[in-house]
Design a protein. Structure first.
Lengths: 415, 993
């Protein structure tokens, strides 16, 4: 792999950048792999990467029906935080967050992890109590958060309206090392590293069937032919139920449209990420200057990757009230992704009823932030055939046993 | 230089001069000008700086597609960044400032990036800025953010107001050009309701500028006549300054009307957001001209040929004294003719095609204009303004054949139909190779619920670029018969020839100077680099280079960019495909999207009948759902906590009054109502005798407790279910969900009566005395025992009295019709003055329920708690074969004896435990987190006991009464003893008196 650095860029500048090679290869599928990962989103790519890095399993293919990173990984609002309430969630999200801290250096690709700080506003007494509870829990979990008062909120976010007549800001849950990263770059960086390890990332290759014999997976049928494998990992977010059906089991997943939008670019206006869950909206500013805005999911299941207008209105209303100066800015673009929601709003990293077939899904509205941690845990699950501590609580059997990990408790909107 | 011509200008009114400012300089224009036209008329071609290299930016276009000429407009609370000068109507006193330049437009420090352009190719930031690690956040990112971003941040709260409106129509025609008007007329004559939207202030679109004749008259005259006949039809509505921004499923369209942008300060909403439901949508949205990619095509003075023509014809503004035309099609010759006829010099037309033999080139030649065939531009010379062009052979590598001095270049790379509104809801496109454009594929249009297409493109938007075809197409789209279609006469056009790079064999040095995305500084070389590095999907290229991500959203750049990409990948353009079209078509204001929903009416405010009384009594409010409830009523300088303590003490000793109107009240009625409630609640409700009350718990399918409240049997077939204040709507929806989806054949009717009744809790030792004074209903212990209900007339008001208690005191909840709520409240206050009556708020309510050990939904529950955890087993029927959540509660984890269960907690020193603290257990879990064994769910200072009290969930809690746990807050340990959760009146004597 050609190392990226400022010197390499300077050298190439002299010859009009004619010398750069491909970031990742474009191989033809082989007949058989040790592990096939379906879905080249962040989670699929990170799974492959840590299979190689942590377990030396490199005969791996990642199959993607479209372009890598083109699912929710390339559509999200890039919020990274680990201020979760429940122990298993805090563990995997904090693992992910801490891996983000050094991801650019590890992958030699600037994913622009920006620990700019994240605030979740408390706008009712009830919410304030909930966030205080989270802070106490985080302290025991080893996640650094604090509850701050309204004056500090205002100091961190000068454009905020803390005196909203309806829902004045009472305080906030603050994670100083939460923030954002560049979503596409995360996918590209992992893809490049996987390709460099000799793994095959095969785009425009849709899995259309799962083949099995004797209760064990044999391989997959794809739009580019049949491919065999010893182990199969299904990591396809909003399409998880569809793949599970191919593999012969059902998942407790509903697929819903979630939208986001951006403003036209302006100079720096807000330096932190602000989530206002009572009024249902959140906002940060991208390095390009757009305000990046999101809110809640549609209320009905669908696969269209488009959402309905009234959710955009709800979200924008919330943010104009919270940040009155944005009223004269304009919405430049909106889009939608299909998120995979479980009943307890926590993910599934699990073995399945089909032998040697594993599933990683259910990240719903909030799985960008978990990509490195999820890949780490999933690789362990696949390599060992049994979950390590990070994944242990996220098995499918929790629904049968009632062992839910309910995070919706802590936040109305979870991203 | 650019200047105002002495005559002409179909849209300006020279009798109405207007003055405005640009970067503090005072300039003049006329009514009817756009800002861009007025700036050009003052020779202000340099408007701003680009995103990445801070290159000088001029005016490129004349409409909504403009990527460059953006300014900050207005001042103070009316300041708005990124305002598109090409669509802003000039108004008197408009204050405009240039963007993205520091210290000023002419001398911009950021332009240093421009010198380093070779070091800053597409995606350079992915390869650099990685060391040292902390530097990204603290050094690199702040610099990147400062130099990007373009517009200035508004400082003040918006002074304007906005509104929203609904409309419904059979046919929505978007676009008031000649095609839109023809389609509208045809549809209207067919008797359908028709709504026509035009984004600009003028009808007619391009045809009048292009000198087209329709039905034998000049386009302007035909447009006037057609608009007049449309306006006369009762089934037609015409709206100008209204842009359709997004098309959603089922014919839902969002449009923004600029009501008062051109009338700032008028007593009008600034924007009106229309939500339109249309049976069918005809997108007569025209076509947008494409730039050509040659070196230096971004220098101010290079503009679209159609725009140059617009400025001359519409606003009598010459974009330059000497304008070189460069084109691959015949349409640009119209610009040459228009400029020439306005007395301006056109030194040459460079036509990339080997032959320019059509009718329009002949007209140009006849005027003596030099037409050079097979020629293109090797390079534009100039810095902040075009000085000359170097001519080369299109088929070559850029060897300069001659240099032509000029101050303007009008370019045309062909046209792209505006298919956005068709594509947003999923319409698919086909590639028209002859015209180098994507057009709608009629076989794959977006379809509605009936499977029929609901968006059709018409006119140029469907690819019918010639006026005659466009009119015939639009007339047909409107349902008109072919014979009646308006007929256009226009010069015939010879075929264009796609040109994606000029010259065809340009070397790297030139490709590094050919702009595709003018705002974001994406060049031909960047797209080629992306392709080389494997970012082959058009979406990868877009994201890697930022092509098409600027505020014009690729209107200027997308097709050119994907053609370059296709070429680099050696594949045909349709194999590359387009990026996704997303709403809005052009940016719309957040103000319009939020509209009136701000401040006090940000969300609907639900008020109880006593709301104003509380306000007058100085209530400190707490939002509860959409309600606002008094948290407490501070008196004479009291702090909130002092007020709460007083309210608690007074209620316990004398008499308290609570406005409980927000409590959910759902009437459940019908032959199957009892059976339904038995499924809904964990206890049996069907057996409740008429006139009695019973406490009930509701669980989700997963067994978790979701709501609680008192159920009252009103009659044989009618129950009144009280829910929590925040839960009423949710629980009503929950009921309907089960009734409509699962038990649709059960005869049950539900009605949410929450707002029909006011409810007042009369609480305290003197409660009975008060009601007796009010008179009319026997409230004695015998007539109305605990958990009973009666109705009658109280204080002359029809009333229902429930003898229930959430405080542990003698307590009655009185429901009266909402219209009598305030009267009843006042009657209580008057009658109770000497009984020590005081109103109390929600916090006193919470303290008293905690003292009594009652749970609160949302405090003791959080979506992981089942009733069995809360010691509420007594409210769960053992006999009922089923209820919602029963099976879930039998799962192994739910019956695990290790579950955390509800207990009381008292600190050893009497202090109040902090909210939500946890008690660690020895050791750590496998993830290295401290193990825990309990947490606080509610914690208060109890004025009754004079110390802190708390409830919490503790592993095997009830078995561990007396044990001391260490809770941890901010590293400090707080010991607290596990105790019974009932702190007050354990035997229940008080409430039963
Ligand atoms: C609008 C929006 C905003 C969000 N904001 C945030 C946020 O701020 N912070 C946060 O942490 N999370 C956020 N999320 C959630 C986050 O984006 C997702 O949880 C995460 O990206 C999921 O990654 P993934 O790799 O599992 O799925 P994806 O990125 O969706 O990848 C799945 C891949 O599988 C492919 N695939 C599907 N079917 C097949 C098949 N049959 N064969 C081959 N390949 C197939 C898809 O094409 C896709 O590329 C947001 C999501 C959305 C939609």
């Amino acid at each position: 792999m050609r190392r990226y650095s400022v010197f390499a860029v300077a050298r190439e500048a002299l010859r009009f950048h004619a010398g750069w090679g491909r970031a990742w290869a474009a191989p033809e599928p082989k007949r058989k792999y040790d592990v096939i990962v379906v879905g080249a989103g962040g989670h699929g790519l990170a799974t492959a990467y840590y299979l190689g890095r942590n377990f030396g399993i490199r005969n791996v293919a990642v199959l993607e029906k479209g372009w890598l990173g083109g699912g929710n990984t390339g559509r999200n609002t890039t919020i990274i935080r680990s201020n979760y309430l429940q122990d298993p969630s805090a563990a995997i999200y904090e693992k992910a967050r801490s891996l983000f801290e050094t991801l650019s250096q590890e992958l030699n690709y600037n994913v622009m992890f920006s620990p700019r700080g994240l605030l979740m506003l408390a706008q009712t007494e009830h919410e304030a109590r909930g966030y205080k509870r989270t802070v106490h829990a985080n302290a025991l979990q080893g996640v650094q958060t604090e509850y701050i008062d309204a004056a500090r909120v205002k100091a961190l976010v000068p454009i905020i309206n803390i005196e909203g007549p309806r829902y004045p800001v009472l305080g906030a849950l603050y994670q100083a090392r939460g923030g954002t990263a560049r979503h596409d770059a995360v996918a590209w960086a992992y893809a490049r590293a996987c390709s460099d390890m000799g793994m095959d990332i095969i785009q425009n290759c849709e899995v259309t069937g799962v083949r099995s014999a004797g209760g064990k997976v044999q391989g997959v049928d794809t739009s580019r032919g049949s491919i065999d494998c010893d182990k199969l990992a299904i990591v396809v977010a909003g399409n998880s139920s569809v793949l599970a059906e191919m593999a012969g089991f059902r998942l407790p997943i509903e697929s819903l449209a979630l939208q986001a939008l951006v403003s036209e670019p302006i100079k720096p206006a807000i330096d932190v990420v602000v989530m206002a869950n009572t009024v249902h909206g959140y906002m940060s500013q991208s390095d390009k200057g757009e305000l990046v805005i999101g809110g809640g999911t549609d209320g009905f299941n669908n696969y269209t990757q488009r959402g309905s207008w009234h959710h955009v209105e709800e979200t924008v209303r919330a943010l104009v009230e919270t940040f009155p100066i944005i009223s004269r800015l304009k919405m430049m673009r909106s889009w939608g992704g299909i998120v995979d929601m479980t009943g307890d709003r926590s993910p599934i990293l699990s073995a399945t009823p089909l032998g040697n077939c594993f599933v990683n899904c259910g990240w719903g509205t909030g799985g960008f932030k978990s990509i490195p941690g999820s890949g780490w845990a999933m690789a362990e699950l696949i390599a060992k055939g049994a979950p390590g501590p990070l994944a242990a609580e996220f098995g499918l059997n929790r629904f049968r046993e009632g062992r839910f990990i309910d995070e919706s408790v802590a936040a109305g909107v979870a991203h | 230089m650019s200047t105002r011509l002495a005559t002409g200008g179909r849209l300006i009114d020279r009798s109405k001069p207007l003055s405005f400012t640009f970067d503090g300089r005072s300039l003049g224009g006329f009514a009817g000008d756009t800002l861009a036209a007025a700036l050009l008329a003052n020779d202000q071609m340099l408007i701003g700086r680009s995103f990445k290299y801070h290159r000088p930016r001029g005016i490129l276009a004349s409409g909504v597609e403009e990527p460059n000429a953006l300014v900050g407009l207005g001042q103070g609370p009316r300041f708005e960044p990124d305002q598109r000068t090409t669509t802003t109507e000039l108004f008197a006193g408009a204050a405009t400032v240039s963007q993205n330049a520091w210290p000023n437009l002419d001398l911009d420090i950021g332009a240093l990036n421009n010198l380093a352009y070779r070091f800053l190719p597409a995606g350079f930031y992915y390869k650099t800025f990685m060391f040292p690690r902390f530097a990204w956040k603290h050094l690199f990112e702040p610099v990147v953010r400062l130099s990007a971003g373009i517009g200035r941040v508004p400082k003040d709260r918006d002074a304007d107001r906005y509104e929203q409106a609904y409309d419904f129509t059979d046919v929505l025609v978007v676009g008031g050009g000649v095609a839109g008007l023809a389609a509208a007329l045809a549809a209207a004559k067919g008797g359908q309701r028709v709504l026509v939207l035009e984004q600009t202030a003028h009808w007619g679109g391009r045809a009048p500028v292009d000198g087209i004749a329709i039905n034998g008259m000049p386009a302007d005259a035909w447009v006037a006549e057609t608009v007049a006949s449309l306006a006369a039809l009762p089934n037609v509505t015409l709206r100008r300054r209204t842009m359709a921004a997004g098309v959603y499923d089922h014919g839902y369209v969002v449009a923004q009307e600029a009501v008062a942008d051109h009338l700032p300060g008028a007593d009008l909403p600034r924007h009106r957001l229309w939500r339109i439901r249309a049976g069918r949508i005809i997108a007569a949205t025209g076509a947008i001209e494409r730039p050509l990619a040659f070196a230096g095509n971004d220098i101010p003075g290079v503009m679209l040929a159609s725009a140059a023509r617009d400025y001359v014809v519409n606003w009598a503004v010459s974009p330059g004294d000497r304008t070189v035309i460069v084109t691959n099609n015949d349409d640009a010759y119209r610009t040459a003719l228009a400029l020439h006829d306005a007395g301006l010099v056109v030194p040459a037309i460079l036509d990339a095609r080997a032959k320019a033999a059509g009718e329009l080139p002949a007209l140009a030649r006849a005027r003596g204009i030099r037409v050079l065939e097979g020629r293109g531009i090797a390079r534009v010379k100039g810095g902040k303004r075009v000085k000359a062009v170097e001519v080369c052979a299109q088929a070559g590598e850029g060897a300069v054949l001659e240099t032509i001095a000029c101050d303007c270049v009008a370019m045309s790379g062909g046209f792209s139909p505006v298919v956005h509104l068709y594509s947003q809801p999923g319409g698919k496109l086909v590639w028209d190779a002859a015209n180098g454009m994507f057009t709608p594929d009629p076989a794959r249009a977006p379809t509605g619920a009936d499977g029929k297409p609901f968006v059709t493109c018409a006119g140029a938007a469907s690819g019918a670029l010639q006026a005659a075809d466009a009119l015939a197409d639009a007339h047909a789209a409107g349902g008109g018969e072919a014979a009646q279609a308006p007929r256009a006469e226009a010069a015939a056009e010879a075929p264009m020839q796609p040109v994606w790079m000029m010259p065809q064999g340009a070397p790297a040095k030139l490709r590094f100077k050919m702009w595709l995305d003018f705002q974001n500084d994406v060049k031909v070389s960047d797209v080629q680099l992306a392709a080389r590095e494997g970012y082959e999907s058009v979406e990868h290229t877009k994201r890697y280079t930022t092509l098409g991500m600027a505020s014009d959203q690729g209107k200027m750049s997308n097709i050119n960019g994907l053609a370059i990409l296709s070429d680099a990948l050696g594949q045909p353009i349709p194999a590359t495909g387009t990026t996704t079209f997303r709403p809005p078509y052009a940016p719309i204001s957040f103000g319009a999207i939020a509209a009136e929903a701000r401040g006090e009416i940000f969300q609907p405010l639900r008020r109880t009948p006593m709301h104003d009384w509380h306000a007058a009594a100085g209530a400190h409010w707490e939002p509860v759902g959409l309600w606002r409830r008094p948290y407490c009523y501070p008196r004479g300088g009291e702090s909130h906590s002092q007020a709460v303590n007083r309210e608690v003490t007074n209620t316990r000793q004398n008499l308290g009054l609570l406005d409980a109107s927000t409590l959910g009240k759902i009437l459940v009625k019908g032959p199957d109502a009892g059976r339904f409630l038995d499924m809904l609640y964990t206890g049996v409700m069907s057996s409740l005798p008429v006139g009695k009350c019973r406490y009930g718990l509701m669980c989700s399918e997963n067994g978790f407790l979701i709501d609680d409240g008192v159920v009252v049997r009103l009659a044989d077939d009618a129950w009144l279910c009280h829910t929590t204040s925040g839960g009423a709507d949710r629980i009503h929806a929950h009921m309907e969900d089960w009734l409509q989806c699962e038990w649709w054949d059960w005869q049950v009717y539900t009605a949410n009566l929450t707002e029909q009744f006011a409810q007042v809790a009369v609480v305290g030792p003197n409660a009975r005395k008060l009601l007796e004074r009010l008179g009319g209903i026997d409230v004695s212990k015998e007539a109305l025992p605990f958990m009973a209900f009666t109705e009658g007339t109280l204080a002359g008001i029809p009333a229902r009295i429930f003898r229930i208690s959430f405080s542990g005191e003698l307590s009655y909840e009185v429901a009266i019709p909402a219209s009598h709520g305030l009267a009843f409240w006042k009657a209580c206050l008057a009658a109770g003055a000497d009984l020590g009556l005081m109103p109390y708020g929600t916090e006193a309510l919470h303290v008293m329920r905690a003292e009594k050990g009652f749970i609160m939904i949302g405090d003791e529950t959080d979506g992981t708690v089942i009733p069995q955890d809360l010691g509420l087993g007594w409210a769960i029927s053992k006999k009922m074969p089923d209820y919602l959540g029963k099976r879930a509660q039998e799962r192994s984890h739910m019956t695990n004896p290790e579950r955390w269960k509800l207990v009381g907690l008292e600190t050893l020193d009497g202090s109040v435990l902090p909210d939500g603290v946890l008690a660690p257990a020895p050791g750590a879990n496998p993830n290295g987190q401290r193990a825990t064994q309990g947490r606080v769910t509610s914690t208060y200072f109890s004025p009754t006991l004079g110390c802190g009290i708390a409830m919490g969930l503790v592993r095997r809690g009830p078995e561990r009464i007396g044990e001391v746990l260490e809770f941890v807050a901010a590293g400090k340990s707080i010991p607290a003893r596990i105790c019974d959760q009932v702190f007050y009146d354990k035997s229940g004597e008080k409430q039963n008196v």
